[in-house]
Design a protein around this ligand. Sequence first.
Ligand code: GLP
Length: 248
Amino acid sequence: MNILVFYDERAMDSYVADLILQLIRKDPKAAIGFATGSTPQGVYQQLIQYYQDGVIDFSTVTAFSLDEYVGLPSHHPNSFQTAMHQALFDHINIKKENIHMLHGDALDMEQECIKYEKLLNEKQVCLQLLGIGMDGHIAYNEPGTSFQSSTHVVDLHSESRISSLGYGFEHLDEVPYQGVTQGIATIMNAKLLVMMAYGHQKAPLVKRMLEGEVTEKFPSSIIQKHPHVIVVLDQAAAKELEVPYETH
Ligand code: GLP
């Protein structure tokens, strides 16, 4: 596992955007897993900039998302689908048919999960961006989720629902009670995981994720078992770490 700690948040975003740029240059048909949440937003802005500068071409890239709320129409202003379109997809030349996102409003959620898992098996994700939730989740795999899990519907923990209040929902009762998410085994199948975290509030979570016991009680700890992981942190998020890391 490579742990990289950056002095400057912009440098952190550029580092990850450059990883994606290099990957696409090497393999223009790469499948990339994108994440929602606040953490990767700077990366997306940098990717849009690269696209506008003509240095990156997304026309043959395939995109997958990690998770979604269950019960919200896909085009709801607070859906993850809308968030990904607004943050990135609407601003680059990725083809609509190459964007694969979970639909939380599918009539049959079980079939939706099977269909998504099948697609992910057909096109292995080359690089999966990840953030860490305040209860240690990755995507919407809440504490207690099996490490063997595939794409599935989850009951969201109250901490995760409360975190959603920053993303368009004004009252807690508007936040869906369920999500649908790539499973932990699904995420672990990606060739490279890029985990990003910044800010003081993530510091104890980052410590537990990287130095703590690998346990289903703390889902993101599973990344310790992946053969190719790059952890990209700012100094605040890294401040409790005892393991060695590289500074940039
Ligand atoms: C959210 C999403 C995750 C995201 C994580 C971190 O609940 N379901 O996919 O990576 O929590 O969010 P943030 O980057 O806003 O801290």
